[in-house]
Every structure is written in structure tokens, then in C-alpha cells.
Design a protein around this ligand. Structure first.
Ligand code: ATP
Ligand code: MG
Length: 604
């Protein structure tokens, strides 16, 4: 082994670079952040070959004076902090004075800048740190060529041009989302890819996340000790992947377990399974309340009062998502553009000619790309369209079973009054705007679930069964029923052994008096078996309640009387989150008279 010796400066920087500049996208992120810290109003990015060959970023910020140019490329040299105190209240994106040194150690780097008031610009480049006069109107241009040209081992870890470019684009998008006030453009291999003028957050989000997202999202605005703004998708528009989730803390994009958890909890009630919401959320917090110095790439933060932050985000989102469209007298799908042309072609019904302008989620590029909730919605839309077309073309379309017209048709109730039940699945109702269609099982399930939650927060009201229900049970079910007897009792079920392989139920929650008790208990016991009783957290409890709600909800093909249907409509209006069932499907939709008129070409 050799004697201990100091490493050369370049090698130190190259080692340090490993943490800071992992790939072209991390280089791009660092230089974009520098431009923002310099107060740039416009930033131009040019990439070549996925950023590996070249990353050139020009800004119109305050620039760097001649005598500090070389220093900017040195390690631990920064204009952004001077003391520990400063570090504890960092308001800039950068603070370590590491990025440019790391970049210059692993790529051919040229820095050109013209500080305000200087007669011309100055330039330094990697090898020659003596500034030379240069031409530049204002601001700073950094040109980074041949990433890892001198560290071939690292270069080997780079992926294809397309992959590296995709990462660069993502880095660009994150910064662009956070700073709509700054004009930004991006080109790749000489082709202009993104051109984002400075403007409102809404326009920037639409440009980067799509009009579809914005049309289907709830706007969030919660202010208190903290401030949370942005947009979050409604459950019916959730996606199969986590690819559209952006969270910013004081303008910095972060990935944070605590934040993800708070968001997941806000959606837990309305989004089941492997579906993910899309969101762009911006948290503003006093810089002293958050530590940004915890991760080499500055992508993680630590909150001083993590619990308060968690609660704030959870409540802000939960409230916004719980607001019922019915309560506000709007349809949950009211924001969907009514362009019938976006509907998938429906070849053989002749319905294309009519193109009923029903509301629907904007078309995804192809059916394969649609997620299942959208698919269900499209199927629903097509069915409605086909039925409408059939009714328009022939007289033989099945007429719904009609009841007495409602006594009160002044439209005072947002969801109106029941007219009929269609094929035992849908309720047709008339409100002031026109026709309301309700999926009765989905709607009832949601209402029951919300009621169960309220009831179980207090003492559940219990219905004693006149004739106790006895049913066969497996050995595992017997054991679970015994070990979870207390939890079951708290939920309103009095269950005990009636024989070696038999359970007896003597009471059930009053809300579920009409459910098929044996089926419900089989399922509950299975869920309880998977998770020991001690782990019945709020989340787990809600899952159990959801199972109960699903069993308790009216089944398809049960005939409802008009008063029953009206009671369901009133319950929906009063219930939180009534717009979606527990699985995120829509529970109702509206067809306005104007839409129906357009469909039948009335008044044209
Ligand atoms: N585009 C720019 N315009 C003006 N000044 C810049 C620009 N880029 C870098 N600088 C100056 O160079 C210094 C060093 O930049 P560098 O990115 O290496 O460190 P930093 O931003 O201070 O901290 P960090 O390592 O966390 O990014 C900055 O502190 C800043 O003064
Ligand atoms: Mg920096």
C-alpha cells in the first residue's frame, strides 16, 4: 500500500461529481437552477444527443463579474450563503457551491457571462481559467460538451440518447412547472421541442401536463401557517402509473415519503387498488421550517414539524376532493370538453352522424392507452349514444319502465326527481337542467360507506336479528372470529361459535340490516385474517367499511320504488364524495336539455 498523500484537485472534483452530476439531466437541473437563482426572466436550453454531446443554457440573469468567473468553477465557492445561519434559511435553489466545479471536472465547460453595467462579456473555459473578452448581450451562457469525456467508466453508465433525453426533458419540465413566471424553451438536436412563454401557472400546467389533466382536476388552494396550491386529479381520472405526480416545496421539486403518504391518504378513501392520482402541488413554507441540505442532489427535504406538514397537506387535499359536485349543483364531469369528434368511432350503429355531444373525458391517443375507468366511461358513453341513435332511428327501442311523474318538478333539488329505473341498473331523474342518470349500486355504495364511517366514529347503532343467522365456517374463519370478536363487536357484529364449524351472528350494524350477512362475514373474516386485529388502523378500518358498504348497497336488478329512488338522490346530495363510488368510478352524469336538443337536431 502506498503512503498517505493528498489527492489532486481534479480527482477530488471528479469523485465529488459522482454525487452531483449523475447524468445529463442532473447537469441540466443544476444549470437551470443557477439561472433561476440569477433572476433570469428567460432561459434557452439547447441539447445535443440527449445532452451527452452538449448542454447549452443561456439566461438573461444578472451575470457574473470578470473577477469571479474562475471562482464560480471552483469547489465550495458560492455567492448564495456565507454562514450556518444562511444555510438554515436558504431561499435559493443552490447553496453548496459544488455544481459548476463538478460539471467542469467531467465535461468540457465554457462559461461566458456579462454582469450588469459591464462593457462586454468575459469567458473562461475548463482548462484556461484566465478570463478572455467575449461577445454576449447580457446574462450567462454555459456550454457543457462531451460529458464524462475524461471519465470513461462513468460514460459507460449512460443509457441511450433517447433515454438520456427523456430524463433531461423531465428535469426541464419540473423546473418549468415551478416557475411559470419565467419564459423557457428547449431544443434537441436543433429541433425546437418546447416553447413556454412566461405567464400564469394554469397555462404552464396545461402546456406541460395537458389540457385533459387540468379539465379533470380540482384546484387546490389552502392557506394557513403553510400554503398549498395547485391541481390534483379527480379519482375517475386517475392513472395506472405514477408518472404525473409533481410536488414542489418552495419551488423545489422533491420526492418525499412523508408528502407522498399524506397525498395517498387523502386519496385512500376514493381511490382503490393500483391507481394513481395525477397532481402538481406547490407547498410554500417558511425556509426555517425545512432543511434542504439532506441529499446530494437536493431532491429531498426534511421538515422541522413533519406531523403538521403531513396534516396540512392531507386536510387540504381531502377537503378539496370531498367537495361534491352535486352539492355545488354541477355535474362531476361538467369540465369535460363536449367535442363529440373526440369519441372513438362507433362504426356499425350509424350513430356517428348524430354524435350526441355527451360529456366524456378527452380522448386518449388510442384505446390501449386508456385506463380502465376511462374505458368504462367510454363504454358507457357509447352505450348511451347507441341507445340514443337507436331511439332516434326506430320506434322499437326498449322503453324504460316509467313511474308516476314526480309531484315536485320545479328542479329545486340538484339531482332532481326520479322518473324511472332502467334495466335494474340505472335511475333516470329529471332536474332543472335536464336528465340525470345514476348508477344506483355505485351511488348507494358510496353513501353507505360515508354513513358507516360517521357511525363508526361514534357508537354503531346495532340491529339485533330476530332470528340469529347461522352459517358454516372454516377453521381459519372460526379462529379469526374468536380472535377478532372485539373488533367485530366494535363494528356492530355480534359473532360467536355455534358449533365446531359454525358461526352465529346475533346482531349487525343497523345500516346493513338488509345485506346478505353470511357473504359479508366471510369476506370480512378473510380481510381480518390477513391483518391481525391489532393493525386495524384507520386505513384498514376504512377498507373493512368499504367491503361492508359494497355488500350493503342495493344490487343491480332490484326494483326500486319512486320514493326509494328519490331517497337515494337526496342521500347523494347530502353525502360527501358522492360523485365517485369507492373504486373511483363516476356515480352519476348529467345530460342537459340543450345537449338532448342538439342530438335530436331540434331548433336547427
Ligand atoms: N447562470 C448564472 N448566472 C449568474 N451567476 C451564476 C450562474 N451560474 C452560477 N453562478 C454563480 O456561480 C456560483 C457557483 O455556482 P454553483 O452552481 O457551482 O454553486 P451554487 O449554485 O452556489 O450551489 P450548488 O452547488 O448548490 O448549486 C453561484 O453561487 C453563482 O454566484
Ligand atoms: Mg448551483
Amino acid at each position: 500500500m502506498a503512503a498517505i498523500h493528498r489527492l489532486p484537485e481534479l480527482l477530488i472534483n471528479q469523485i465529488a461529481a459522482g454525487e452531483v452530476v449523475e447524468r445529463p439531466a442532473s447537469v441540466l437541473k443544476e444549470v437551470l437552477e443557477n439561472a433561476l437563482d440569477a433572476g433570469a426572466r428567460a432561459i434557452d436550453v439547447q441539447l445535443e444527443e440527449g445532452g451527452v454531446r452538449r448542454i447549452r443554457v443561456a439566461d438573461d440573469g444578472r451575470g457574473i463579474v470578470r473577477d469571479e468567473l474562475a471562482l464560480a468553477l471552483e469547489r465550495h465557492a458560492t455567492s448564495k450563503i456565507a454562514s450556518l445561519d444562511d444555510l438554515e434559511r436558504v431561499g435559493t435553489m443552490g447553496f453548496r457551491g459544488e455544481a459548476l466545479a463538478a460539471i467542469a471536472a467531467v465535461a468540457r465547460t465554457t462559461l461566458t457571462s456579462r454582469a450588469e453595467g459591464d462593457a462586454h462579456a468575459w469567458q473562461v473555459e475548463g482548462a484556461n481559467r484566465e478570463p478572455a473578452p467575449a461577445a454576449l448581450n447580457r446574462g450567462t451562457v454555459i456550454d457543457i460538451a462531451d460529458l464524462y469525456y475524461n471519465t470513461p467508466a462513468r460514460r459507460k453508465f449512460l443509457k441511450s440518447e433517447a433515454t438520456e433525453y427523456a430524463h433531461c426533458d423531465e428535469a426541464f419540465r419540473r423546473i418549468a412547472l415551478a416557475r411559470p413566471d419565467v419564459g423557457m424553451q428547449l431544443s434537441h438536436n436543433g429541433r425546437a421541442i418546447r416553447r413556454l412563454p412566461a405567464g400564469e401557472a394554469r397555462a404552464r400546467i396545461a402546456a406541460l401536463m395537458g389540457d385533459d389533466f387540468l379539465a379533470q382536476a380540482r384546484e387546490i388552494h389552502a392557506e394557513g401557517a403553510l400554503c398549498l396550491t395547485g391541481f390534483a386529479s379527480l379519482p375517475a381520472c386517475a392513472r395506472n402509473r405514477r408518472d404525473a405526480q409533481y410536488f414542489f416545496v418552495n419551488g423545489r421539486h422533491v420526492r418525499d415519503k412523508l408528502l407522498s403518504h399524506a397525498i395517498a391518504q387523502a386519496y385512500a378513501d376514493i381511490l382503490h387498488g393500483s391507481r394513481f392520482p395525477a397532481y402538481a402541488l406547490f407547498l410554500e413554507i417558511d425556509p426555517t421550517g425545512v432543511d434542504v441540505n439532506v441529499h446530494p442532489a437536493k431532491t429531498e427535504v426534511r421538515f422541522r414539524d413533519a406531523h403538521a406538514v403531513h396534516q396540512f397537506i392531507f386536510h387540504a387535499l381531502n377537503r378539496a376532493l370531498a367537495e361534491s359536485g352535486a352539492g355545488r349543483g354541477e355535474t362531476p364531469t361538467a369540465d369535460f370538453p363536449a367535442t363529440a369528434a373526440a369519441l372513438p368511432p362507433h362504426a356499425d350503429t350509424g350513430a356517428n352522424r348524430y354524435s350526441l355531444p355527451i360529456r366524456h373525458p378527452p380522448a386518449a391517443p388510442g384505446r390501449a392507452a386508456m385506463d380502465s375507468a376511462q374505458q368504462a366511461y367510454f363504454d358507457f358513453a357509447n352505450r348511451a349514444r347507441a341507445q340514443g341513435a337507436a331511439a332516434a332511428n326506430t320506434d322499437s327501442a326498449a322503453a324504460p319502465q316509467t313511474n308516476q311523474p314526480p309531484a315536485n318538478t320545479d328542479g329545486s333539488a340538484p339531482l332532481g326527481y326520479a322518473l324511472a329505473q332502467l334495466h335494474g341498473v340505472y335511475i333516470l331523474a329529471q332536474n332543472a337542467r335536464g336528465l340525470v342518470l345514476v348508477d344506483m349500486h355505485a351511488a348507494h355504495e358510496r353513501i353507505l360507506y360515508e354513513k358507516l364511517k360517521i357511525v363508526f366514529d361514534g357508537t354503531p347503532s346495532v340491529q339485533r336479528l330476530l332470528i340469529p343467522a347461522v352459517f358454516p365456517a372454516s377453521q381459519v374463519e372460526m379462529a379469526t372470529a374468536e380472535s377478532c370478536a372485539e373488533v367485530l363487536l366494535r363494528m356492530g357484529f355480534e359473532v360467536s361459535a355455534a358449533g365446531p364449524y359454525e358461526l352465529v351472528v346475533r346482531s349487525v350494524p343497523a345500516l346493513l340490516a338488509n345485506a346478505a350477512i353470511a357473504d359479508l362475514l366471510h369476506e370480512l373474516l378473510e380481510e381480518l385474517h390477513e391483518y391481525p386485529a391489532s393493525e386495524v388502523t384507520t386505513l384498514r378500518r376504512n377498507e373493512l367499511l368499504a367491503t361492508m358498504a359494497c355488500h350493503g348497497a342495493v344490487r343491480a336488478h332490484r326494483q326500486l320504488t319512486t320514493p326509494e329512488m328519490n331517497a337515494l338522490l337526496r342521500d347523494m346530495e347530502a353525502s360527501e364524495r358522492a360523485d365517485q363510488c369507492n373504486h373511483g368510478r363516476p356515480t352519476w352524469t348529467q345530460f342537459s336539455l340543450a345537449e338532448l336538443d342538439r342530438f335530436f337536431l331540434r331548433g336547427q
